[in-house]
Design a protein around this ligand. Sequence first.
Ligand code: ACO
Length: 427
Amino acid sequence: MAGKHAKLCVDGGRVIELPVLEASLGNDVIDIGTLTNEGYFTYDPGFVSTAACDSDITYIDGDAGTLLHRGYPIEQLAEQSDFLELCHLLLNGELPTPSEKDAFAAAVAEERHLPESVAEMVSRFSPGAHPMGMMTALTGALAAEYHDGLDITEETHRLATAIRLIAKMPLLAALTYRHPKGLPPPPRQDLGYAGHFLHATFAEDESYEVNPVIARAMNRIFMLHADHEQNASTSTVRLAGSTGTNPYSAIAAGIAALWGPAHGGANEAVLNMLDEIGRPDNIDKYVARAKDKDDPFRIMGFGHRVYKNRDPRATVMRRTCHEVLAELGVANDHLLQMAQRLEEIALQDEFFIERRLYPNVDFYSGITLKAVGIPTEMFTVIFATGRTPGWIAHWREMVSAPYKIGRPRQLYRGQTARNYVSLEERD
Ligand code: ACO
């Protein structure tokens, strides 16, 4: 076999040769696609060692704490770029030129409206409806409205879908906040992406002014969540998209996957946890609970499947959190102080050091969002809004090249074949 390859020895000496595919960064990959012809599947619950696709979009080195989008470090992007530039980068592979940037921003601004049926749908939910449930349903409703004539084999349709989703997500997010208070005011085209979101969410009348510090923080929050390669929700979007389904519904599936507390629901869970801890002198008790194997309690916002070092997004988020709290005059916020104390204690504890558990991006994003006035149950909606360009860039990357329907295998451990027993014969 030419090129790099691996040898797998099975059945007392039978050798199967498998090609090794070279990565431009990170681990090379053993191509096991032909293994099924040899009578084997591979077993990898949680896909911890499995690459399900190849991708050019995002690279993470979890040991080094590195996150690159199309080669650019997230810290540089978060400091020097903005969300729409990042959307362009994720979708098209390059930062936009000045004229491309203007054209992209104008195309997004033009889509800042919702079909009437979708906007009105929000009023049908009960007053206590969870914003993530509403967000999933509203995105599904976009699928219903933008299905006729959509041809995912056409690049112009794929790009239009991406732009539409990026433009409409902040409006859907704003609707979940305003529910059951009514619709957002007409969009102000002079506002940037984050400013537009703040206006759509909070403006009661024309006197509403966007605070530039808060808009910058929201811009960063969207950027820090924009993409994270093949995480659970992105893999869900790819898997759903691999059936050729409507892309808006693939994104709705991604939103559903994001909701869980082990993924995007973590920022909401951090705030609930801090509330539950209540006082700094309770922290030791909760750290002890997190270490107890018989107790399901975990420190929310700590740990990550890929980062076994500091999450580079958490460093930017921590700084942004301090900026926002200082701007709003609440730098002594009780929750922030608790979070800092909890972080200090956990980072010095052998249990967390040995397992390389560090704060992730959501440890500080929740406190920032709370200060901005976003209700806790809506935090994951903000994450979904930020993650939309990542999801749609991965969907577009997949459907723009030959792809297979996703169909994992299993290790079957159930009953072997047996005959049906009639009801009368069963005890
Ligand atoms: N608190 C306490 N212990 C933890 C934590 C935590 N937050 N996270 C992991 N551990 C421990 C586990 O108990 C396990 O200990 P053991 O080796 O003694 O059994 C060890 O660390 C490894 O944990 P796993 O669950 O095997 O790690 P995995 O990579 O599967 O999980 C996950 C990663 C789900 C993020 C986990 O760290 C977690 O539940 N964290 C809290 C939830 C959270 O913040 N999620 C957000 C993820 S980031 C994002 O989606 C933006």
